[in-house]
Write a protein that binds this ligand. Structure first.
Ligand SMILES: *Cc1c(COP(=O)(O)O)cnc(C)c1O
Length: 387
């Protein structure tokens, strides 16, 4: 690759921000009229908060996203550091004691119980200014939220706490199976959520209408966000599939340089445990990437592959912390300095994110968020290339 930014790197992650913007537009088309809350938690699913922020702001210009969604107070603080002055909603419950930091950074909290609401109110009183919250309703995720079946109890109690210092801005729920082939469980969660919304005390006269939202990527794409006010897409923006149907544009590619090519005789072994021996004369290419970079060790032996000069080659032996070996016997001209692709496209060949996830028995989310800090992120606005 001639790109000077990668010329000196042994391995890196390429992020196609143009593809991310295309995926975001697809979500917005699927849920027309809904405000969008791009989820940038876990460093924008491992791809880099600052650059993803810039891309989503640009793709939603001129009005911008309704808010940015994160999962931790520190992630909201980081967004402020990157110059985002719009809304930030922290969707995971915060630990007691974190509220003051959240308020100082101007964050909006998701609230799961009355004690958390009281703590948020106390911080608002102390700060002498109103703080906003979104009330989470648990319709089946079971990890956070007010229980859907007891809204008659907590609904009036939450309404009594909301007021001048505590702005009840929205209600939301989160789906557990919106990416499964069968959508009936998701429809049922949406039905329960609507039932809760209808059972809540109305907004006081003059107060803004509370917004309702429920959709992750899959529910936004497959059910139009159930026609609610906001959608909260994550994985689809980053190139992960969100249920059957729409294929995202690939966003992340993982590349590594070939750092050594060796001809080996039959019987030569490779890697810890010497799990692979050459069947005949073979040509092995050592790649400058390993599990210390987030390349999943379970990929090899076990069917993991790399793309080399546009061809699929198998990974052989166990993946080491820093290097991985591919059998490049079929690629006669493979040479040190070549760029191997562990995830993404090279010419007409492609190793998809969901393919890698399936091969190691996990989900795209875990592959992306597991890409390590040793891999520099390189940003492109268009399709990536190699060789
Ligand atoms: C992570 C998250 C999302 C995004 O889900 P995807 O499946 O990545 O689209 C939406 N809402 C909440 C509350 C989340 O935590």
């Amino acid at each position: 690759m001639s790109d000077p930014s990668t010329a000196a790197a042994r391995a890196w992650v390429e992020v196609d921000l143009g593809a991310l913007q295309t995926n975001l537009r697809r979500v917005r088309q699927a849920a027309p009229g809904a405000g969008v809350v791009p989820m940038l938690k876990a460093d924008a699913y491992g791809l880099g908060t600052a650059q993803v922020l810039r891309a989503v702001v640009e793709a939603t210009a001129p009005q911008g996203p309704w808010a940015i969604g994160v999962a931790a107070v520190a992630e909201g603080e980081a967004l402020r550091g990157f110059g985002w002055s719009g809304r930030v909603v922290v969707f995971a419950p915060v630990a007691p004691g974190e509220e003051r930091r959240a308020a100082a950074a101007g964050l909006t909290l998701a609230v799961s119980d009355l004690d958390a609401l009281d703590r948020w109110a106390a911080v608002a009183r102390e700060a002498g200014r109103p703080l906003a919250f979104h009330l989470e309703v648990d319709t089946g995720m079971g990890r956070s939220g007010f229980p859907a079946e007891r809204a008659a109890g907590w609904g009036p109690a939450a309404a009594a706490r909301a007021g001048d210092l505590l702005a009840w801005e929205g209600c939301f729920t989160h789906f557990h199976s919106a990416d499964e082939p069968e959508l009936a469980p998701t429809d049922e969660q949406a039905r329960r959520f609507r039932e809760v919304l209808a059972a809540l005390p109305p907004e006081p006269a003059g107060a803004p209408r509370r917004l309702a939202h429920c959709a992750n990527s899959a529910a936004a794409l497959r059910r139009g966000g159930y026609g609610m006010d906001l959608v909260r897409p994550g994985i689809f923006l980053y190139g992960g599939r969100a249920g059957p149907g729409a294929e995202p544009e690939p966003v992340a590619s993982v590349r590594a340089r070939v750092v050594r090519v060796a001809r080996v005789p039959a019987g030569a072994t490779v890697g810890y445990g010497a799990t692979h021996a050459a069947q005949g004369p073979e040509r092995w290419a050592t790649l400058g990437i390993g599990y210390g970079d987030g390349l999943r060790r379970a990929l090899a032996p076990g069917g993991g592959e790399a793309l080399l000069r546009g061809r699929r080659v198998p990974l052989v032996g166990r993946i080491s912390m820093d290097v991985t070996v591919a059998d490049a016997t079929a690629v006669a001209d493979a040479a040190p300095g070549d760029v191997a692709t562990l995830l993404g496209r090279d010419g007409d060949a492609e190793i998809t994110l969901d393919e890698v996830a399936a091969r190691v028995g996990t989900i795209s989310y875990e592959i992306l968020t597991g890409l390590g800090p040793r891999l520099p992120r390189m940003y492109r606005q268009g399709r990536a290339h190699t060789s």
